[in-house]
Design a binder for this molecule. Structure first.
Ligand SMILES: Nc1ncnc2c1ncn2[C@@H]1O[C@H](COP(=O)(O)OP(=O)(O)OP(=O)(O)O)[C@@H](O)[C@H]1O
Length: 583
């Protein structure tokens, strides 16, 4: 019941978002479109009896009802088609916005780690265009049931046996419900294969993957894998479809059989004079209405369940995204720093990516984080930026548990440049401005200046150049140039108390990186700000006030460059190896 209420709430929300007038027009046109056949059937009896008996009142009533039905039959299909096309398109856009909001408003990223999240998202995306039907169903369901009841009453007046014909629609409705359940579980089982096929298609149709695909001759391998993934997905869908269509057919067969028996019965009654010509006409006309209504009812029973399934996926995703976050205010300025207290973190059930790490990043310090690949550096960054919550232990920001802070407010004081940065295909100015929405042009120019992004001046329209070659007049940049834009983005925010650079200079040459961080560290130690630098380049790392060495998720060493060299541990070993390579 709870899920039905949530479905109704979702549909009402969609109705509001696509526009109340359009929703109302859809409901009305659906209602009129569906009532026309029964109005015609009801009008047939007085019309025929009026002709047979010469009763003008019967004749007038019959003509009025048939004329109304004809008018509805002529006008409504076009109106119904127009409104449903509009509603369908608007529903898709509304749902896309809702999914976009769901995917981005979640305070953390944990839900992205779950395959079930992606499977449900996939199922939802494939079937959300059917949601518009839910809006009409609210009106159509009762109309169709009313049609069956009216038909039962009318038929019952001719013979009590005939009143049972509409009741035979019940097993057909049950069959449709069961058929939808079969399809729903097949869709979930097919989703991982469909995602694989879509991923492979995405690979083949994006430029970055194109180079490797050609270089390694992967084209036919991609095709083979796409074929086998889509074959499994198709098989699951088709076998479910086959079973559900078969079930629906059996339900309808039962109904048609009952109706055929009813027609034979009324013809026998007419032959023995117990039924009028009007009665026979009514039964024959109602055949159209009943077959139509019962077929629609079974179809809509299936659609209603499909809508409920979509709503169930939507609310599951909503629950996943609705991660609790605290409401405590963030400090205006750090006085102590950020401390990790016995922090551990595991992405999955396997070995922890961080294991019992206790560490303080002092306010006003430049801290470097080093360690081999997979040591846990980026994971630490993810915990410090609040993207994930520790599996055990706590992170304190000036003594306040990060879990209790208002995460949005906290993030508004954090800035970061990542190795896996985004290539925003916007105007150059906008691609930097997204680091601090609303930043003016001088702030953008200053951030670009700090990252030595002088290439911007030689672009066709400078700051107003469109990025991305798939856009008209758009340009592509080199890897290092894209990275400089990402770095400028991290510097456009004026008052971050934590700035993280997670290997954001991997595509830059060592001299540029060195000069960049010399400048960053020269201006970093003000107002208690912490600058955290993750780098494999020790010439940069040695500039830091504090160096943290991670190994296999554990904290190995902490100290200044001089202290760690004197300790002759892992840092000294790694530093000496790299220094020797440059000699
Ligand atoms: N999203 C994820 N899901 C599951 N495991 C992950 C995920 N991200 C990282 N890991 C695992 O966590 C461990 C630490 O990864 P992390 O990215 O923190 O290392 P790193 O020190 O930043 O490495 P690198 O220097 O290569 O960037 C690795 O064993 C990695 O395989």
């Amino acid at each position: 019941m709870k899920e039905w209420l949530r479905t109704a709430r979702l549909l009402l929300g969609i109705g509001r978002d696509i526009g109340p007038l359009l929703t109302l027009a859809t409901l009305l046109t659906s209602a009129f479109d569906f009532t026309a056949p029964i109005v015609a059937a009801i009008g047939a009896r007085p019309l025929v009896d009026g002709i047979a008996t010469g009763s003008t009142s019967h004749l007038a009533l019959g003509v009025a009802l048939i004329a109304t039905a004809l008018l509805l039959l002529v006008l409504m299909p076009a109106a119904y088609r127009w409104t449903t096309v509009r509603v369908r398109e608007r529903t898709i856009m509304v749902m896309q916005r809702r999914l976009l909001d769901l995917s981005t408003k979640a305070p953390r990223l944990e839900h992205f780690e779950r395959p079930e999240f992606w499977d449900r998202l996939q199922s939802l995306r494939r079937s959300m265009d059917g949601l518009w039907m839910g809006l009409s169903l609210a009106v159509l369901g009762p109309i169709l049931v009313a049609e069956l009841v009216v038909a039962a009453v009318l038929l019952g007046q001719i013979s009590p046996w005939l009143a049972l014909i509409p009741v035979v629609a019940v097993p057909a409705v049950w069959a449709a419900r069961y058929a939808e359940r079969i399809q729903r579980s097949a869709a979930l089982r097919a989703a991982p294969y469909q995602r694989t096929a879509e991923h492979l298609f995405g690979l083949a149709s994006t430029a970055p993957a194109g180079m490797e695909i050609r270089l390694y001759g992967l084209s036919s391998e991609l095709l083979t894998r796409h074929r086998s993934a889509s074959a499994v997905a198709n098989h699951k869908h088709e076998s479910a479809q086959f079973r559900s269509v078969g079930l629906g057919f059996c339900g309808r067969l039962l109904f048609w059989g009952a109706y055929a028996a009813g027609i034979v019965l009324v013809l026998q009654q007419a032959a023995s004079g117990r039924s009028s010509v009007g009665d026979v006409t009514l039964v024959l006309m109602l055949a159209v209405t009943l077959v139509h209504a019962s077929a629609r009812l079974t179809e809509y029973a299936g659609s209603l369940l499909a809508v409920r399934t979509v709503s169930e996926h939507y609310h599951w995703l909503e629950d996943q995204a609705a991660d609790a976050q605290g409401g405590s205010p963030v400090p205006i300025e750090l006085s102590r720093g950020i401390a990790l207290d016995s922090v551990s973190f595991s992405y999955t059930a396997g070995a922890p990516a961080l294991d019992d790490v206790s560490l303080t990043l002092p306010a006003g310090a430049v801290v470097a984080l080093v360690g081999e690949n997979g040591a846990g550096k980026t994971t630490l960054v993810k915990l410090l930026t609040g993207m994930y919550a520790p599996t055990a232990g706590r992170v304190f920001v000036d003594g306040v548990d990060l879990a209790s802070l208002d995460l949005d407010a906290y993030r508004s004081r954090v800035s970061a440049g990542f190795q896996d940065f985004m290539r925003f295909e916007l105007l150059v100015r906008e691609a930097v401005e997204v680091g601090a929405l609303g930043a003016d042009e001088s702030a953008v120019r200053s951030a670009l200046g700090r990252t030595r992004a002088s290439f911007v001046d030689s672009l066709p329209s400078g700051l107003s150049t469109q990025l991305g070659i798939s856009w008209s007049g758009g340009v592509d940049l080199s890897g290092g140039e894209w990275q400089k834009l990402a770095l400028a983005r991290s510097m456009v925010r004026t008052d971050p108390f934590l700035t993280v650079f997670d290997e954001p200079t991997a595509a830059l040459d060592p001299q540029t990186e060195h000069a960049l961080f010399e400048e960053v560290s020269a201006t970093a130690r003000v107002d208690g700000r912490i600058t955290l630098l993750v780098s494999h380049r020790f010439s940069t790392v040695r500039m830091a006030d504090l160096i943290v060495v991670l190994s296999h998720g554990r904290l190995r060493e902490v100290g200044t460059h001089a202290e760690l060299m004197a300790a002759a541990g892992l840092y000294a070993e790694l530093y000496s190896l790299q220094a020797a390579a440059y000699r």
